[in-house]
Write a protein that binds this ligand. Structure first.
Ligand code: BGC
Length: 753
């Protein structure tokens, strides 16, 4: 419906306008009845609808409506499937329509800096490209149903410890390359209706009042058009926050910050235009919802439960398998571990869904095998229960195979606090060892929101990572175990050998006031792969019950300008005997040495479905950004001229095809030449290169002197050595090695500017 929002705002009182900028209560925005501004509701998010009717809270403690818990982000990212995430978003959008919820609070796209962050289960990946792609698809899905999303938590909220006050300290390049791109991609590709700012400070400034983040980057650079809301209770100082670009404070402030806004406008410390602009942004989203209200939408819980199962089937990652999986139907299988009966399928906190039903693996596998169940351990203690253990060992002995359902109990990871180690409860590790001692055919099923150490890895025949797989996890797991479904998930994060291998280990979670991101851009596989460190399972890893062959890597050009797009095509063939899906990963490796960069970075991927014997050729695109790094000298992305390797892999560690492209940069880096600028720098710059090259060779030949052939002096001097010394020599050295006067050096420098 067409309406003039500016006109509407002109009819609002100052108090009404200030009131629009904070919640009415925990979940609602205020209405202004006389002007037809409706009251709308927002709800968590992200992997289900946590609509609270009665007692409201932001930690998932009080009851919400019966709903469907889809797999959490830690699982869905492993699908590497844009279309599927869009489908999940559509289902959630429809649920919101049916329940009259205008904005779903998600997706959550913070980067998994450390495996210890208690909320990693709600986040997608350690990789910003993957995270951005998956988030955009999800947002497109939800918003296609006329429902808004709230991408969160903007920005650098990568731990729970002191999350409401701690300052994340990081350099600009790291911010731009690692922590912002998931948000950036989502804003540019999917335009979420709202962005939720985070609790923490970034480099000493609260995210909730950072003009740099909320206005300069989000709006001016990326073109965000919606409104920014605060995380629940994230407002530090309301008026500076509003001026910086925080439009909506959530939840209600009991009127106190509304009054501050009114006073600030009255005494001239806040311009009324800023308030009007904020109200306009909020009203745009409110009316967008009102105009797309679909009262005929239905919340079909059963259909969504089935969809949750299908999504989890695509999310499950087969980490290890010596051929024992899929299990033959009809075998005697011992399902051991409490999670077989009571799966851990979601995390604690604000995303906690009141599931209308849960399918466990025993139900999921019923009819597939002759199954006995033994609890094996308790989830409320780390201590082994001897009787439960003994019964589990007996069940394992009597079966053809044992499937152990283990992982992290609720108390081990949640919103609100971080883990201090990466181990499973010791009673569970002990149970695995005991079962392995009596049953050679042991398979592990892992229920966890973030990686665990696996000391028993080499003793078990297969490991199936189901993550926090949503309420239908049992059905999906059984289908994978018995081969009704061919697993195709790929890890969206590295599983390190041990937590101290993680690059943030020495600086996580900081001292409470500050946490320094000293590893910089070397997060996840960017670190492990560059350091050539052994990992338990690499980023992108995931097995299948069939085999895929990769061939015919082709680049659309051998040389491109940074303004061009490169097409990369590759053929995948299913060489096994089952239908299956493979995620083809495209990494780029910068060989130009223009900056310190990870040895490879994911820049595209494609998921392909193939029946046995079938081949498909897929094409993926790369553009300037795929080659670039963030250059703080020009405050922009920069791809240097030179060679880049295009790597096609099954994982970050299993590169099967590679080729090289030459890139020509159209950016000329500005150069301030000083007496300490080196010849090397001047030779690399196309503008100064010509002017200094003849002088450089003249000095270089002078430096070599004229040693007698075969003499010890001649042996000590190589061309390489002279070249390197020359390249590292600053202009001021012309004084010592070329007899230049100060004036001549100054004149030479000005001739180069
Ligand atoms: C969480 C948000 C959530 C909000 C409302 C906060 O504690 O950080 O992710 O959307 O509560 O429940």
């Amino acid at each position: 419906m067409k309406r003039n929002i500016k006109e509407l705002i002109s009819q609002m009182t100052l108090e009404e306008k200030a009131g629009m900028c904070s919640g009415k209560d925990f979940w609602h925005l205020k209405s202004v009845r006389r002007l037809g501004i409706p009251e709308v509701m927002v709800s968590d998010g992200p992997h289900g609808l946590r609509k609270q009717d009665q007692q409201a809270d932001h930690l998932g403690m009080n009851e919400s409506i019966k709903a469907v818990c889809f797999p959490a982000a830690c699982a869905t990212a492993c699908t590497f499937d844009r279309e599927l995430l869009e489908k999940m978003g559509k289902a959630l959008g429809e649920e919101c329509q049916a329940e009259d919820v205008s904005v779903l609070l998600g997706p959550a796209v913070n980067i998994k800096r450390s495996p210890l962050c208690g909320r990693n289960f709600e986040y997608f990946s350690e990789d910003p490209y993957l995270s951005g792609q998956i988030a955009s698809s999800f947002i497109k899905g939800v918003q296609s149903k006329g429902i808004g999303t709230s991408i969160k938590h903007f920005a650098c909220n990568n731990q729970e410890y002191r999350r409401m006050s701690c300052s994340s300290e990081l350099d600009e390049r790291t911010l731009r390359e690692i922590y912002l791109p998931s948000f950036e991609t989502a804003v540019k590709e999917a335009q979420p209706r709202t962005v939720m700012c985070s609790y923490n400070q970034v480099n000493g400034e609260f995210a909730s009042q950072s003009k740099k983040l909320l206005n300069d980057i989000l709006r001016d650079e990326w073109g965000f058009k919606g409104y920014v809301m605060s995380d629940w209770g994230a407002v530090n100082e309301r008026v500076p926050g509003l001026a910086a670009g925080l439009e909506l404070e959530m939840p209600a402030s009991c009127g106190s910050t509304d009054r501050q806004i009114v006073t600030a406008v009255q005494n001239g410390t806040l311009s009324e235009q800023i308030l009007d602009r904020a109200v306009e942004r909020i009203l745009n989203v409110i009316f967008d919802y009102a105009d797309h209200r679909d009262t005929s939408a239905v919340f079909d819980k059963d259909a969504d439960h089935e969809l949750a199962a299908r999504i989890e089937e695509e999310s499950i990652v087969l980490l290890q398998n010596d051929g024992i999986l899929p299990l033959s139907t009809g075998i005697r299988a011992a399902f051991i571990g409490e999670f077989a009966q009571k799966p851990r399928f979601q995390g604690g906190g604000s995303s906690h869904i009141n599931s209308f039903k849960v399918t466990n693996a025993l139900e999921g596998a019923s009819g597939m095998a002759d199954i006995t169940y033994a609890q094996g351990y308790r989830t409320d203690t780390d201590e082994p229960d001897e009787a439960l253990e003994a019964a589990a060992v007996e069940a394992a002995k009597a079966a053809d195979a044992a499937v152990l359902f283990v992982g992290l109990p609720d108390s081990f990871e949640s919103e609100g606090y971080d883990r201090t180690h990466m181990q499973m409860p010791s009673c569970q590790n002990r149970l695995v060892e005991k079962v392995c001692a009596v049953q050679p055919n042991t398979v592990i099923v892992l229920h966890n929101g973030s990686p665990v150490e696996m000391p028993w890895c080499n003793r078990v025949r297969a490991i199936v990572e189901v993550y926090l797989g949503g309420q239908a996890v049992g059905a999906a797991t059984a289908n994978v175990l018995f081969g009704k479904v061919n697993p195709c998930g790929k890890l969206a994060e590295t599983i390190p050998m041990k937590v101290s291998d993680n690059p943030s280990w020495l600086n996580f979670p900081g001292d409470g006031k500050k946490v320094e991101y000293r590893e910089g851009i070397f997060v996840g596989y960017r670190y492990y792969d560059t350091k050539e460190m052994p990992v338990r399972f690499p980023f992108g890893h995931g097995l299948s019950y069939t085999t895929f062959e990769y061939s015919d890597l082709k680049l659309s050009a051998g040389s491109i300008k940074d303004t061009d797009t490169l097409e990369v095509s590759v053929t995948i063939t299913n060489t096994g005997s089952r239908a299956g899906k493979e995620t083809v990963q495209l990494y780029v490796s910068d060989l130009t040495a223009s900056a310190n960069r990870p040895v490879k970075e994911l820049k595209n991927f494609a998921k392909v479905s193939l029946v046995p014997g079938e081949s498909k050729t897929i094409t993926m695109l790369l553009d300037k950004r795929s080659f670039a790094w963030y250059h703080t000298g020009i405050s922009d992305w920069y791809a240097a001229s030179g060679k880049y390797e295009i790597l096609i892999g099954r994982s970050s560690r299993d590169i099967v095809l590679r080729d090289t492209v030459e890139l020509i940069s159209t950016t000329i880096l500005p150069m301030a030449v000083t007496p300490n600028t080196t010849f090397g720098e001047l030779l690399e710059n196309p503008v100064t290169c010509a002017k200094v090259s003849s002088m450089a060779s003249q000095i270089a030949s002078g430096m070599g002197g004229d040693p007698q052939e075969g003499s010890a002096a001649a042996e000590a001097i190589s061309e390489e050595m002279i070249e390197q010394m020359m390249s590292n020599m600053p202009l001021r050295a012309l004084r010592s090695f070329a007899g230049f006067t100060e004036e001549q050096i100054e004149a030479f420098i000005s001739s180069l500017q």
